[in-house]
Structures are given as C-alpha cells and as structure tokens.
Design a protein around this ligand. Sequence first.
Ligand code: PRX
Length: 651
Amino acid sequence: MAKQSGGNVDTVMQETRLFPPPQEFAARAKIGSVAAYEKMWREAAGDIESFWGQLAGELHWFRPFERVLDWQEPDAKWFVGGQTNASYNCLDAHLDSWRANKAALIWEGEPGDTRTFTYQQLHYEVCRFANVLKKLGVTQGDVVSIYMPLVPELTIAMLACARLGAVHSVIFGGFSAEAIADRNNDAGAKVQLTADYGWRRGAELQLKKNVDDALKKSPTVKHCVVLKRTGNPVHMESGRDHWWHDLIAEASSNCPAVPLDSEAPLFILYTSGSTGKPKGIKHTTAGYNLYVKKTFEWVFDYRDEDVFWCTADIGWVTGHSYVVYGPLSAGATVLMYEGAPNWPDEGRFWELIEKYRVNIFYTAPTAIRAFIKWGDHWVDKRDLSSLRLLGTVGEGINPEAWMWYHRKIGRERCPIVDTWWQTETGGIMMSPLPGAIATKPGSCTKPLPGIMPAIVDSAGQPVPQGQGGWLVMTKPWPGMLRGIWGDQERYREQYWTKVPHNYLAGDNARCDADGYYWIMGRIDDVLNVAGHRLSTIEIESALVSHPRVAEAAAVGRPDEIKGEAVAVFVTLKNGEPDEALRKELKAHVRKEIGALAQPDDIRFTGALPKTRSGKIMRRLLKDIASGKTTIGDTTTLEDYSVLAKLRSDEE
Ligand code: PRX
C-alpha cells in the first residue's frame, strides 16, 4: 500500500567523504574556484536571457537572432529569428583557423583498424555525403533514419543531415527489426542509412538483415544506403538499396550549409516511455547546439591539446551530445571506438587510453562495475598517466564504484565529474565543474550555470532541505527538448502538468546542507517499506560496498505487514554464494544504512537484466520478486537470456 503518489523520500545514506579539486588542476582550469562558479551561476540565475544571449555569440549566425527566448509554457523558442547550422558550427567554423588540420576524429574499429579525420577531411566527407542525400531527394525537414555501427560514417551521416536541415533519427545498432520499423513509422522516415554488418565481440551484427525486415513494414522509406563494413554478402534490393561507396564516388564536395531557423528540428531520438510506446524526443538547432558546446567546455574543462573519449554509442543521447555535437563545435579531438570493452580481452579500454594518450575519459557506471568485476590486473599493466579527468553518466554511481574509479583509473589525481542529465535535457544539467567544485562520491553535486533545479513534493511544494522528493527544473534552458515527435499533448502531460510551471524530470533527488544534489532513482522505482519511502540506489550502494558484491538491484515486493518488502538481486565479483554470505549481506546493509533497509530476500544471479544502454531494469525484477508469471514490456532488454536465467533460478 503506497502512502502517497509522490513526494517525500527518506534518505538513509550518509556519505561524508569530500574530494577538493587537485591544486594543479584548479590552477589551470577555466573555472578554477567555487567563487568563480557561484558568481557565474548567480549571474545566470539573475537574467537567463542575457546569460545565454551573450554565450550564443560563440555560434555562427547567418542571420542574428532578435530575441533570446520566447517562452509560452511548455513551448520554448530560443534565439528567435536567428539562422545558424549545427554542421557549420561543427566543421566550417574551424576551417579558417589552425584547427583545420587538427584531428577531429580518431577512430579505432573493433578488429584494430584505425582512421583519423582532420576537421578539413571531415568537412570534405560530410559535404560529399550531404550531396548524396540531396540526390536521393532529401530536403529540409525530411527524416533520415540511421542504423549503423559506431564508425566515422555515422558521424558523417549525422552532420550531412544537419547540413541540409534534414532531421536524423539514430537507432542504436542493438535494436531489432521491429523496433526500427516502429521508429521509422512514427517519424515518417524517408531514407534509411545502414551498414552490411557491424563488429561486436568478434561476431558480425546483421544490420542490413534487420533493416531488410524493418523496411518491409516501413512504407515511408524509399531509399536505403548501405555502408560496407565487414564485406560479407548481403541482400541488395534493386531500386531501393544503394552502396554508400558507389554514391559517394560521384558526389561533389561542394555543399554549403543551409541557413536554418534556430528552432529547425535537428534530430529525433527515441527513448522508452512508461507506456511502452517509445517517445521521439525532439531537439532543435541553435539552443541544443549552444547548450552542448558550453556544457562540454565547462564540465570537461576542455583544452585544445586534449584527446577526449566518451565511450557511449552514438545511438544514445550521450553520443549525440558528447561524441558529435558538443566536442566538434568546441573544436575538440574525439576518440571513437567501435566495439566491446572486453574484446579481444578485458583490457581493451586501457590499451586504447595508453595508445591514444587519452586525457578525458567519460563512461557509464555499468561499465565501471564491469571493470571492477574483471579485475585490477587489466588496468595495472597499462600506462594511464595521460588521463587528467574522468566522468560518468547514465545512472547513479555507487560510492564504492566511485572510489575504485578514483583510485584505480584516476590514480587519485583526476577529478571525477558525475554528470546528471537526460535524453530530454539535451546536455549535462548537474555536475561538478572539475576545477571548482569538491566532489562527494555518489553526488552529481551542483547545477550548471543557467540551470535552476528544485526538489518538491507531489503538491509542488519544496521539501525541507535534506529530504528526498521530485526533481524539477524551474526555468527553461536552451538544450531542453521541444516536444515529443508528433505528440505535443503527451509532452505537456508528461513533463509539465504534474508540477505546474516546472519541468518534471521523473527522478527523485535530495539536496544536502552544502547544496549538493543526490539522485535517488526514478520516481517509479521508490520502495515503500513500513511507511518509509526508500530509494533504490541507497540500498544498492550499501550492497556494492561489500567486497564480494559486483552489482546489486533493489526492488519492492508486496508484503502484508510492511507494505513492501525489500528484495535484492546481487551479482558477485567471484566465488559461489552460500547461506553465510546471504546473512552477512543482510547484516552489512543493516550496519551501513540501518535495519529499515535490511533486505528481506537476497537472490544471487549471474547477471542483472539491463536496458541496451546499460541501466538496470528494476521493473522486470520487481515482477520476478513479486512472483508474477507474466512480466511487462521487455523490448528494451539487452540480453533475454538473463531473464530466463533469473526465472529458472526461481524454481
Ligand atoms: O534516472 C536518471 C539517470 O538516467 C536518466 C536519463 O536517462 P537517459 O535519457 O537514457 O539519458 C542517459 C544519459 C544522459 C535520468 O533520469 N541518470 C543519468 N545520469 C545520472 C542518472 N542518475 C544518477 N546520476 C547520474 N549521473
């Protein structure tokens, strides 16, 4: 029995460790003190329009904007009347400077093949491919669906679309034919881009085969362009399918960027919705472009000589914002790696860091927990001295995983930026500025300048300091989503009605006495034990702090007395579980956070069910823990066998 539909969440986690920015880092940082950050934040909060309006001067404007913001809740128009182009800002803007011959993209394929593109070369390739799209009839406003491996041509395709004002919809290469067709139909995609195959753990992903199946059900798609990646044979449908290399061979490299209205749609990115129907999150040109450029520069304290590696696939928003648009509009050098972190062995990432002398490394907590499980020896044999800054995104990071990242990868010299944001927010919203803000393991610390969060209860009232509640944004920001593709009502309903005049993020959070934010998990994931609303991440973090635990997921299952009982699923670093360990883990949680959160059930499992982007699917575990025989939507599940195993463990 839930006490209430939203609002307060009790906190049981006490994390007191504090890591100030290392002195030599702060000395060289662009924003190098708390005072500098606070001054900037206050100035922005005092007048967001003038703050963002001044920064917008960093983009190229074919026509200057007349107004910074036209806010008709929930519809925002940023940089009204202006014309710019994201492809221009990422490429042409650098060509009159020394950066023309700077590496924009350093790429390594899973089999070890490598390619490097300077800004000049990338510009050349993008122009040629934009002309290919034009030849296929793509014009401004058309949707191009992209289902490709993590190869340079994926970046090239996105920037080619942006150049023409076509809207890209990138679909992660792990999705099924059914998922591609759904997205193509929802978006009304006109052209499909894909590859024959992609490499994953030494095997070939059948990308073209999936596209063939999808296109049987995607009547709006008239052409399909196929990149040859592995070279094994694929079916080519005459009249519809074209080889990338054939089309590009004849394309001119002269393709000026089209001046686009600030609010021209730049891309759609589908994300899972609570109803199961994926939502096409819509982002537009100028505001998004400015937001990812500035957040990239602030959060990663980017310097021209850095090599920046964000390990996310471009199929997720992290890849859109911090592999493509953010770094390239800042003139950065980006490393991109096609394959799996454990191919040919579990040391691949560390080998890449050593080989390319990576300076900034941005990855996900799920990956960090896997590295811990794989063992320190993979890390120890590599030279990681080039690293100066580490980042995480996608989920809360358990404090013990944070400490491992800090000690083992950062060698206690590199600040860690734990960045909180969403597909909907376009870019990072809360994160330490690494030269300014002391970090606390597990906290995304403070809002970036121009971002004004609050924590409220279900009535929209601010909760007392230190209390958990709903995280909202009280003011619009340039990178915010402009809607759900084809469904503005759902956009309004989902994000703007539950807490009037505020953007509802859908996460619970609390803010401590120092003004630090702690994300407590999705609103729907809250446990209600004996009238106390507990957050999943706090219980999970307590378990992960036990030396034998690799990963943990906490969910509630109905309990007659307590309302909900705490059920946890645990994977171990090594060794076999036994009754003694089960008892020990219960005692461990009791000691770390109190009797209230002590798990009632502990189930050991070889792996946890995750989404394709690496988030633990607690919803499915909740069904299993409650003994339901049918479980909810599993289309975003990464590995179906995990579910089967979990269920057979039941018997
Ligand atoms: O619950 C939060 C979690 O991921 C959600 C957004 O997911 P998605 O749209 O897939 O974007 C992920 C990449 C930006 C959030 O609502 N999340 C993301 N980053 C963090 C996080 N939870 C805690 N700490 C984070 N740093």
